[in-house]
Design a protein around this ligand. Structure first.
Ligand SMILES: NC(=O)c1ccc[n+]([C@@H]2O[C@H](COP(=O)([O-])OP(=O)(O)OC[C@H]3O[C@@H](n4cnc5c(N)ncnc54)[C@H](OP(=O)(O)O)[C@@H]3O)[C@@H](O)[C@H]2O)c1
Length: 264
């Protein structure tokens, strides 16, 4: 299938690792010019090289910026004034008991996970509407609709992102611009590996044991019963980023392996 992504520019926030990187690879494979982003310039350089190894000849830019700050979002916008596809992927996450989460940590989650999407969408959506073409994708989570008590701050920000995406979709009425959210479930990314490292240290359990425990005690409704791969999530994102997905707008599309039991 030709996803008709040649001659498009795609900006993927938080794309030096994980789902963002896999999405950047998928988009580049389809011929899009891809803008990588992350906070750490060294990690970003390494990602650019890995992307070139995966897709020789790919057209890539990379902008180091923290999209969880107003200055970082502004710097990214200055470097990339317009894009056809914006993937709001960068986020912070990790388990913490509700009683132990201080205000500053709530604020950090809001800045990284919500305000990043607000600031970037505010800028890029205007250009998309003007050109009558564009895609904004948010990375949500099953936690957006089924809050996880071991990371309530994260869950709340993902719910906010879902409302933001649906609200922005309302602004696209009658145009060929769409705004959608993809809801991944537990996925084997660098970020999740880091969380498992921490839990391993605390509990003495191996990663495999922790993953088994996750499906036996936390996400018991999962039909998949394993971690997804970043590529599996990225496949859906790349499709939704394409002109072929024009009928899907204002939607929360699942890539969570059947954790959510509601029928629609
Ligand atoms: N993995 C899962 O199980 C899972 C499940 C559901 C939803 N999600 C969602 O999927 C998205 C990606 O998660 P992931 O697991 O792929 O993450 P990851 O492996 O931790 O990778 C995160 C990427 O984002 C960058 N990043 C983080 N904060 C940033 C910021 N403020 N500004 C710019 N770049 C930033 C990181 O690079 P630097 O650290 O160098 O900045 C890295 O490239 C997130 O929205 C997450 O909530 C993940």
């Amino acid at each position: 299938m030709d996803l008709q992504l040649h001659d498009t520019t795609a900006l993927v926030t938080g794309s030096s690792a994980g789902i963002g990187f896999a999405t950047a690879v998928g988009l580049a494979r389809e011929g899009a010019h891809v803008v990588l982003n992350g906070r750490d310039a060294g990690r970003l350089d390494a990602a650019r090289q890995r992307l070139l190894d995966a897709v020789p000849g790919a057209s890539i830019d990379a902008v180091a910026a923290n999209v969880g700050t107003a200055d970082g979002a502004e710097a990214l916008i200055a470097a990339v004034p317009a894009t056809d596809i914006l993937v709001n992927n960068a986020a912070t996450f990790g388990p913490q008991a509700f009683a132990d989460i201080p205000d500053a940590e709530w604020q950090r989650h809001f800045d990284s996970n919500v305000m990043s999407g607000v600031r970037l969408s505010r800028h890029y959506l205007a250009g998309m509407l003007e050109r009558d073409r564009g895609r904004i994708l948010f990375i949500g989570s099953d936690a957006a609709v089924q809050p996880q008590v071991d990371q309530l701050h994260y869950s709340v920000t993902k719910a906010a992102g879902l409302a933001l995406a649906r609200g922005l979709a309302e602004l696209t009425r009658g145009t060929r611009v769409t705004v959608n959210t993809v809801l991944p479930g537990p996925t084997a990314t660098e970020g999740v590996t880091g969380v498992l490292d921490g839990l391993s240290e605390q509990t003495g359990l191996s990663h495999d044991q922790l993953v088994t425990q996750l499906f036996e005690t936390n996400v018991t409704s999962s039909l998949l019963r394993r971690l997804a791969t970043p590529d599996e999530v990225a496949n859906l994102l790349v499709y939704l980023a394409s002109p072929l997905a024009g009928l899907t707008n204002g939607a929360a599309v699942r890539a969570e392996g059947g954790i959510l039991r509601s029928m629609i």
